[in-house]
Design a protein around this ligand. Structure first.
Ligand code: ADP
Ligand code: ZN
Ligand code: ZN
Length: 737
């Protein structure tokens, strides 16, 4: 019998980030359980707040006085455990690994609807009753009764009147005499759409081998390195089916679900309605309903973006992470977790299998495959016999020497002409949105920047203003330089808007469609663009990296990469990797059907190895070269990076505080030869939304314990200024800007 409970309270302050001990009152002793949400008195005023039970004890080692001071739990809030017991240990691990609070971890495991006291949504629907009186002969009554017989319990009174034109007073009369009854029914707030059956395919021998390896091998973690179109999805589905036959649940993660309606179609089309979908664009109600369906064991499969990794399945057998190299698996708010790491931890804790898949694995993942931590499975051919596209590299410097000043090289120009003439489709990829990416004065060099951020403004044609891509601030266009008053204000840099403009001008036969952040903001706008391109209402799709992901259209025979070098020049150790991935992935969109595909990659640096190997579709050579650079420079996977980011509107205070912190960390760590302390220095983007930004990077082979010490030093040092300075700690951040 447990007498005391360890409770995490629902209060955001870092100061209360610990486990509080509460007494369990007699009346609750036989109901109390780990993972429950409870109401507890908290603080000086004994305010009733939510708490989560993470420990249970028979005794606590306290003196009599302290013991008598312990407060008691007031009540248990739900009739189920909101956190699974297995997840409680995971929460503890995450807190140490990601240097955040218990509560921040708990919050990713439960939907916000739980603490808000959300319930299932219901409405009163009309159902057939058992009348005592004789039959009604009136024609209008008969019609209503017949309709309800066909649609028993489907509609409310309001719907019957508004949508089907029945009279409310007739319905009321029928209710009064017992012919009809009102009943409360639950409304599904999740996607309950029926999808076309997605037929099972017979696996080819490579796919079958992959499935066998995963099913029979003793290891639990697998990396499928399969070229684009090698049929990885079919392998995932096969594994899900096997897990189901075993009575086990599966989680499929995909990069950001709204971006891949195709996957949803395939999974719902194969496994029926009972697939939960979980992503960031769900409303609180939808999220609550989907989470409850999982909790109550109504679904065996969930497919979703990174947060779906935390769904409370009771018997998890399989986690699949598709396109595992994707940056969107890492969260940039606390806990700053990477879903890949969480999957591994889950596998260690509850024994489920983890399958990572990609045509361009993250360097960290492939490294683990070489050390044996993951079992490597390689698929080097496309599944349906389609051949990989032919890729041509074009040196744009030569184009210029041949007097071609347009953004289309001769090859891309003739390729597009040919594609359009043949009634095929093309995808053009340019990783910059807007019309012109910066505006500057040719006389004095003034660059138009955001007044809140240290970022050049982008000119957007459709709204004809200058926009900041960091804070969204807009500014009117001006034709005179604010500094020297000259009229030589000029627009530089081409974005997707201008590319679309150019395509329309140069190729009158093109029916263009643009897919970027600006055109996909609405809830279903991505799906609309996706469907209209699939239905071939358009023949040229222009877009940012969104077009590089997951699209599988048989009539796309040409892909053009407008400027391959763009991602190469970012000041980030992952720049080579990102460039290789983007070019390979977008190239993989070409020639997925019966017709062969062509890719034209335009670049100013054809000699850079990431572009060269991407064009040759040679991941292994790329990996070998890149991993040696990482080793030499001591970057992941050979070391960790802990970024300590401070921001404040008070620049002076910020600099003083981070320098003091820097001094402390240097003193503590400088004689540790496994660790480097870099900085403090201003961040790559030195100001965002009026807040100045500085950072310290700690690089090396540090342990979780040392990281926690660094966390404590940081919070102690900044304790007196924490109202003015925001602190962010991030282990292996997605970008260092
Ligand atoms: P990947 O995820 O590896 O890029 P997909 O799973 O999208 O590849 O598969 C590429 C194409 O090959 C799809 O159109 C799919 O329907 C088809 N395909 C997959 N497996 C088979 C198979 N065993 N037989 C025939 N076609 C297949
Ligand atoms: Zn000027
Ligand atoms: Zn801004």
């Amino acid at each position: 019998m447990y007498n005391y409970a360890g409770v995490i309270v629902n209060n955001d302050s870092v100061k209360v980030d610990k486990i509080f001990t509460y007494k369990i009152p007699e009346g609750l002793k036989n109901k109390i359980d780990l993972g429950q949400r409870v109401k507890v008195p908290f603080g000086m005023g004994n305010k009733n707040i939510d708490g989560f039970i993470v420990q249970l004890y028979e005794y606590v080692e306290l003196d009599a006085k302290s013991l008598s001071k312990l407060k008691a739990i007031i009540e248990i809030s739900d009739d189920f455990q909101v956190i699974r017991e297995k997840d409680i240990s995971l929460i503890g691990i995450m807190r140490g690994k990601y240097l955040c609070t218990y509560l921040e971890c708990i919050k990713v495991f439960i939907p916000s609807g739980i603490t808000k006291g959300m319930k299932f949504k219901t409405k009163n629907v009309v159902v057939l009753g058992e009348p005592i009186t004789a039959k009604y002969e009136k024609e209008s009554y008969k019609k209503i009764l017949e309709f309800i017989k066909e649609n028993n319990g489907n509609y409310s009174k309001q719907q019957l009147s508004n949508e089907f034109g029945f009279s409310v007073s007739s319905i009321n009369t029928l209710i009064k005499h017992g012919f009809l009854v009102l009943e409360e029914a639950v409304i599904n707030r999740y996607n309950d759409k029926q999808y076309n059956n997605y037929e099972e395919r017979t696996l080819n021998s490579l796919q079958q081998q992959a499935v066998n390896t995963i099913m029979n091998s003793k290891g639990k973690k697998f990396l499928i390195h399969g070229v684009t179109g090698s049929g990885k999805t079919e392998i995932y589905m096969n594994l899900v089916k096997k897990a189901m036959e075993d009575g086990k649940d599966s989680i499929i993660l995909i990069p950001e679900i709204s971006l891949t309606p195709q996957m949803v179609e395939r999974f719902k089309g194969r496994f029926g309605k009972n697939v939960a979908i979980f992503h960031s664009k769900l409303s609180d109600g939808e999220r609550f309903d989907e989470w409850m369906r999982v909790k109550m064991g109504k679904v065996k499969v969930a497919i979703g973006a990174r947060s779906a990794i935390f769904l409370p399945f009771s018997n998890l057998g399989l986690i699949v992470i598709d396109e595992e190299h994707e940056g969107s698996y890492k969260s940039d708010s606390d806990p700053k977790y990477n879903a890949r790491d969480i999957a591994e931890l889950k596998s260690d804790i509850e024994g489920c299998k983890v399958v990572l898949g990609s045509a361009t694995p993250a360097i960290e993942s492939y490294y683990k495959a070489t050390t044996g931590e993951y079992t490597l499975i390689t698929l080097s051919e496309r599944a349906d016999g389609a051949v990989l596209p032919q890729v041509k590299i074009v040196d744009m410097r030569e184009e210029l020497m041949n007097d071609n000043k347009s953004i289309f090289s001769a090859s891309l120009f003739s390729g597009l002409k040919h594609t359009l003439a043949n009634k095929e489709q093309a995808i053009l990829f340019l990783n910059r949105r807007g019309f012109s990416t910066f505006v500057s004065c040719r006389k004095c060099g003034y660059v138009f920047k955001c007044s809140n951020c240290d970022i050049a403004l982008t000119y957007h044609n459709y709204s004809s203003n200058l926009t900041c891509h960091y804070c969204g601030a807009k500014r009117q266009i001006v034709n005179t330089c604010p500094r020297c008053k000259s009229k030589y204000v000029k627009y530089f840099g081409i974005g997707t808007e201008q590319l679309e403009d150019q395509v329309k001008k140069v190729f009158p036969e093109a029916r263009t469609l643009r897919m970027d952040f600006d055109t996909t903001r609405g809830k279903n706008s991505y799906e609309k663009i996706y469907n209209s391109f699939r239905n071939e209402e358009h023949n040229v799709l222009i877009g940012t990296q969104m077009v590089a992901k997951g699209l599988d259209f048989p009539n796309v025979t040409l892909v053009g990469v407008i400027a391959a070098d763009l991602s190469l020049n970012l000041p980030d150790y992952r720049a080579n990797e990102r460039t290789f991935q983007l070019i390979t992935q977008v190239s993989g969109r070409a020639g997925r059907g019966k017709k062969p595909g062509r890719v034209v990659v335009q670049t100013y640096t054809p000699e850079s190895f990431s572009i060269k190997y991407a064009v040759e579709n040679d991941y292994i050579s790329f990996y070998k070269e890149e991993v040696e650079i990482r080793r030499a420079m001591n970057y992941p996977p050979f070391a960790k990076i802990l970024a300590i980011n401070l921001s404040s509107e008070d620049e002076k205070l910020l600099i003083k505080s981070i320098q003091d912190l820097g001094d402390k960390l240097h003193i503590k760590l400088d004689n540790n030869d496994k660790i480097e302390v870099l900085g403090p220095c201003p961040c790559g983007v030195s100001k965002i939304k009026s807040a100045y930004r500085w950072q310290i990077l700690i690089k090396g082979d540090f342990t979780t314990e040392l990281a926690e010490e660094i966390k404590d030093i940081t919070y102690n040092e900044l304790n007196s200024v924490h109202n003015y300075i925001k602190v962010g700690l991030d282990v292996n951040p997605n970008n260092l800007l």
